[in-house]
Design a protein around this ligand. Structure first.
Ligand SMILES: Nc1ncnc2c1ncn2[C@@H]1O[C@H](COP(=O)(O)OP(=O)(O)OP(=O)(O)O)[C@@H](O)[C@H]1O
Length: 274
């Protein structure tokens, strides 16, 4: 406290809420004992239905394939689809004090509210503070062990949960997922500006369902228009972009819970950036 012996006059490093505080207190929470998480990457989208929950497992699986230890924290509490993508229905192994993540076939550690519910069709009808509290609990109370890269799959938009994640978790960067449509500039803009306000760097933009490649002639068809995501990225000074085509075999892999088996190099340039 100012004036007292202990005061270093450095409010950034001090947790006291004294009357002379000049800087806001840091809200970042430590991960729990036994969890050593090296990098935290948020996967966000300005709106729902763009395939964000498909991009998160694709990124996680590509990094895992390179030999890193990877985790996915499903922060989409009211619309969790991560376990289904990995074909997981097994309940987590909790004991009195600890929640353990469930491991996918390729060894990705996963925690999602759907792994805690009795039935995956049970709806989560909770108010904002409870939802935000659950996300923090996933961060603090799950025994993650050693993790090189943790991906946080956020609910769409710029609401309560993204705000909680940005304030409470040490997020190293975000990836913005979008789809080709006229509204893209406005939607991406909101997500990018929110990250800027929270001082979190944007690693790249992924455009899902960017085109369809004809299996016979290999021509690319831009079914939803040819939105130029690279120009948009340039406008916001974002170095990396990636495009995922519409691929029926990708949809099949999701439906069958085999997303880890789907081989693609379309996210490679983004992954190199990590
Ligand atoms: N590029 C693609 N090619 C084929 N199918 C796709 C593609 N992207 C998404 N899909 C299909 O759409 C389904 C929904 O994807 P996902 O759960 O990621 O998105 P969402 O829930 O609609 O959106 P979001 O997670 O952004 O709110 C997938 O299970 C898959 O069947």
């Amino acid at each position: 406290m100012s004036g007292s012996k202990e005061c270093s006059n450095n409010c950034k490093e001090c947790g006291s809420e004294c009357s002379e505080r000049r800087e806001p207190k840091k809200l970042i929470e430590e991960s729990g004992t036994g969890s050593q998480i090296n990098k935290v990457i948020g996967v966000v989208s300005g709106k729902g239905g763009v395939g964000k929950s498909l991009v998160t497992p694709l990124l996680a699986a590509s990094i895992r394939e390179k030999g890193h230890s990877v985790a996915v924290l499903d922060a989409d509490i009211t619309g969790p689809s991560i376990p289904k993508m990995f074909g997981l229905s097994q309940k987590d192994k909790t004991n009195k004090n600890r929640i353990f993540p469930v491991e996918s076939g390729h060894g990705i550690k996963i925690m999602s509210v759907n792994l805690l519910l009795d039935h995956e069709t049970d709806p989560v009808i909770w108010r904002g503070p409870l939802i935000a509290g659950t996300v923090k609990q996933f961060w603090k109370d799950v025994y993650w062990g050693n993790v090189d890269y943790m991906f946080v799959d956020m609910p769409p938009g710029t609401g309560d949960v993204p705000l909680t994640v940005f304030q409470s978790l040490p997020v190293d960067g975000i990836i913005v997922v979008t789809s080709p449509q006229d509204l893209v500039e406005m939607i991406v803009g909101k997500a990018v500006k929110m990250a800027g306000m929270m001082h979190i760097p944007v690693i790249g933009i992924v455009q899902n369902m960017a085109y369809y490649e004809c299996p016979t002639c290999h021509d690319k068809h831009y079914l939803f228009g040819k939105n130029d995501i690279d120009t948009l990225a340039e406008e916001y000074h974002i170095e990396m972009t990636a495009k995922i085509p519409i691929d029926p075999s990708l949809a099949k892999a999701c439906d069958e819970g085999r997303i880890e088996d789907y081989e693609t190099d379309c996210l490679d340039n983004l992954i190199e950036k990590f």
